[in-house]
Design a protein around this ligand. Structure first.
Ligand SMILES: Cc1cc2nc3c(=O)[nH]c(=O)nc-3n(C[C@H](O)[C@H](O)[C@H](O)COP(=O)(O)OP(=O)(O)OC[C@H]3O[C@@H](n4cnc5c(N)ncnc54)[C@H](O)[C@@H]3O)c2cc1C
Length: 315
């Protein structure tokens, strides 16, 4: 029986998290001696992109009613085509609201934020993130079927090309419960949750007029920008950039924190980043305890110099 995976797209374009989820599903399928079937709703991107990460079959759901997102309606659509015992989702905002709905509909168990390939498939057991990334847990499923969400950037976007085929399913799922009234687009050029590199700044920057140097550094690195909670609360930066316990949880390959003290609530949203660089004028700032690299000094001197150095290396 195939391992199913939900390949999330935004306006038809596959997210990086979708490729990671397909690669993760492929690793499970290899362990089980099965193949991967990817499911997507109204994609415009080519299915070739999913074959590249290991999906042998792609089911493209076409449904005009699903142009507007509703977890319940999307779960209903996925349940109509996914008839396997293992269904993988990326741990994105949308997918992690579809997954529990689907688990209830199917009577499957739900394991969120998986970090590694399952330790065993029967019973299904996998290591997952817990306590906002401060701990790990080995979760075991007692149900016949299991739905897993994969923690973003935990497994990696691993290529594993296979030859694939595509099937189009025309559905018309009732989608009456939720209507999108407005859609707030992040001001950054890159989606914060998808970004490989994030440059983030806090109250140490003194005011919104000083964010130019953060954006310059982000531009040379091809990074997204983020901020601490008080910075978005005072209106220096938009709320879409707020990371932490009450903001977005991110796990980029590189997180550069500038003028952020490293409060536990901030760390909760960023501590699963692969590499953390902290720039702070206070050598006692708590963030240094969680840093892979630390620079003690004045951000107003360090950031422009760092940007120039990177530009010179790149140029
Ligand atoms: C329930 C709850 C939920 C919360 N959720 C979140 C959350 O999701 N995200 C979040 O971020 N916070 C959250 N907070 C707030 C959190 O506790 C901290 O207050 C907040 O993270 C501090 O923001 P900051 O580091 O930008 O500011 P500060 O704590 O004021 O730190 C500023 C830092 O800048 C440094 N600095 C100053 N000048 C310079 C300079 N020139 N160069 C370099 N460094 C300099 C200082 O040494 C200091 O370490 C929450 C709090 C509560 C109670």
């Amino acid at each position: 029986m195939a391992v199913f995976v939900y390949a999330e797209n935004i306006n038809g374009v596959y997210k990086k998290a979708a490729f990671e989820a397909v690669a993760y599903a492929k690793a499970i399928a290899d362990k089980a001696g099965e193949t991967v079937t990817a499911i997507s709703v109204n994609p415009t991107d080519s299915s070739d992109l999913l074959y590249k990460y290991g999906a042998s079959n792609v089911i493209n759901i076409k449904d005009e009613g699903l142009k507007s997102f509703s977890a319940k309606a999307f779960a209903q659509a996925v349940s109509e085509v996914a008839n396997g015992n293992i269904i993988v989702f990326p741990h994105t905002t949308d997918a992690s609201s579809i997954a529990p709905m689907l688990a209830v509909m199917n009577g499957h168990s739900l394991i969120t934020n998986a970090l590694e390939v399952p330790e065993s498939l029967s019973p299904f057991q996998v290591k997952r993130k817990s306590f906002s990334g401060k701990g790990f847990m080995h979760a075991k499923s007692e149900a016949a079927g299991v739905i897993i969400t994969v923690s973003q950037n935990a497994f990696g976007v691993k290529e594993n090309a296979v030859s694939g085929s595509e099937e189009v399913k025309n559905l018309s799922v009732a989608n009456e419960d939720t209507k999108v009234i407005s859609h707030e687009q992040s001001s950054g050029k890159l989606d914060l949750k998808e970004a490989e590199v994030v440059v983030s700044a806090g109250r140490g920057l003194k005011g919104p007029e000083n964010w130019g140097m953060i954006e310059d550094l982000a531009n040379v690195l091809g990074a997204a920008t983020a901020c601490s909670k008080p910075v978005s609360d005072i209106g220096w930066r938009p709320h879409t950039e707020h990371v932490g316990q009450t903001g977005k949880a991110i796990s980029p390959n590189l997180y550069i924190a500038v003028g952020i003290s490293g409060a536990i609530q901030h760390l909760a949203g960023v501590n699963s980043s692969k590499t953390i660089v902290v720039i702070n004028s206070d050598p006692e700032a708590p963030f240094f305890k969680s840093a892979d690299y630390g620079v003690v000094g004045d951000a107003f001197q360090i950031i422009p110099a760092l940007t120039e150095k990177i530009k010179a290396i790149k140029g």
